[in-house]
Write a protein that binds this ligand. Structure first.
Ligand code: KG4
Ligand code: ZN
Length: 358
């Protein structure tokens, strides 16, 4: 069985084709560079850029796979949550293909794409404990099966990736900030500045990054003659030290809350064995290493998608589509894209009588 997946919910226009025996036959990703000068994603520019490139990305994917469109078995598209202008472009492309080819359509929750991605390249079994850390989300979940999630904790303010991006912006490191912070942190002293671990003693699995961001801002302000970060003059080594301390604090906050979540996971599912991290921030090698150490200490197996499939891509949508297709979970062609779509509620169920089915 072969499923095409389409992703367009933020600033990557992407498509991929995967098989039920976990092969990636083609994968094409275009990261929109148009946003760099704005220091963040501009929704209207993103939507137009998706529209300009979606056809060529899908064509390229079929070319890589050496397949004709009618040789796939289903079309999956990320239908939310995300920037609605972009989501609509991918969903419309997916529905049009499904209709023209008379194949089933599958609406994928972008977060489910991230959540299931590790199962494509690792032997991860349900139920597993998941840290989902991206530019828009930061959650700790138990993944019990397709469309079955139990949220143990979430950020009460910024997402983890958002915090990386905001700190990078304050340090003029460009967008997206995560990869730049990671690179600079390698050169820095992570013990130089003391930074807070917000909500460390809250007793639950919730997270917060806004206080950490404010603490970093205060350090940067101290390098400015008038306490204005725009006027701060910081040597490269100081920037590296700030990045290293921030990365340590963010990682430490995530590890502490995961430690708590592991206790809950183990008591609910004594046979559960995997700790998974996914989403754009899961591309961070420093975080991956710390989570691996935590998993080993707790007797769990650490798993994550390969680094290139942590940030948004078509493979994760195609794979989530495959998991749904294998269960016959298809959607009607009138499925409406959802700008907000929490993972632990309201997952789309199998299509009703009017649905296009295999
Ligand atoms: O999953 P993703 O591509 O898009 C969303 O669904 O949000 O995640 C993008 C986020 C950005 O905030 C980016 O800065 C962060 O992932 N990111 C990283 C790294 N690579 C990407 N954060 C930390 N370290 C990285 N190496
Ligand atoms: Zn994402």
């Amino acid at each position: 069985m072969k499923v095409l997946g389409i992703e367009s919910s933020c600033d990557e226009t992407a498509a991929a084709i995967v098989t039920d025996d976990r092969k990636i036959l083609g994968s094409s990703v275009l990261t929109q560079l148009e946003h760099k000068i704005y220091g963040g994603v501009v929704p209207e520019i993103a939507a137009r850029a998706h529209l300009d490139h979606i056809d060529e990305i899908i064509e390229d994917t079929f070319k890589q796979a050496n397949l004709r469109p009618d040789e796939i078995d289903a079309v999956a598209a990320a239908a939310g949550p995300g920037l609605i202008g972009g989501v609509v472009v991918g969903v419309m492309a997916g529905k049009a293909l499904a209709l023209a080819l008379n194949k089933p359509f599958i609406a994928i929750n972008h977060l489910e794409g991230h959540a299931l991605a590790a199962r494509l390249s690792n032997d991860v079994e349900y139920p597993y404990l998941l840290l989902l850390v991206s530019g828009g989300h930061c959650q700790i979940l138990i993944v019990k099966g397709v469309g079955e999630f139990e949220r143990l904790g979430t950020t009460i303010d910024d997402a983890a990736g958002e915090a990386f991006d905001k700190v990078a912006k304050m340090l003029n490191l460009g967008y997206p900030g995560g990869p730049m912070i990671e690179k600079m942190a390698e050169l820095g002293d992570e013990n130089r500045f003391v930074l807070p671990r917000p909500l460390a003693n809250s007793g639950d699995c919730n997270l917060s990054f806004s206080g950490l961001k404010t603490a970093v801002r205060k350090i940067i302000e101290s390098y400015s003659p008038d306490n204005n970060i725009e006027h701060a003059i910081i040597r490269k080594q100081d920037v590296a030290d700030i990045c290293a301390c921030f990365q340590l604090a963010a990682t430490d906050s995530l590890v502490r809350k995961l430690q708590k979540a592991i206790g809950i996971f183990k008591s609910k599912y004594p046979n559960g064995k995997d700790l998974v991290v996914s989403g754009g921030v899961a591309a961070n090698t420093y975080l991956r290493e710390h989570l691996k150490t935590l998993a080993e200490k707790e007797g769990l197996i650490f798993a994550a998608p390969p680094i290139k499939y942590c940030t948004d891509n078509g493979v994760m949508i195609a794979w989530a589509g495959m998991e749904r297709a294998l269960k016959g979970l298809y959607n009607d062609l009138d499925f409406k894209p959802r700008p907000r779509w929490p993972l632990d509620g309201n997952a789309p169920k199998a299509a009703g009588a009017g649905g296009v089915k295999a």
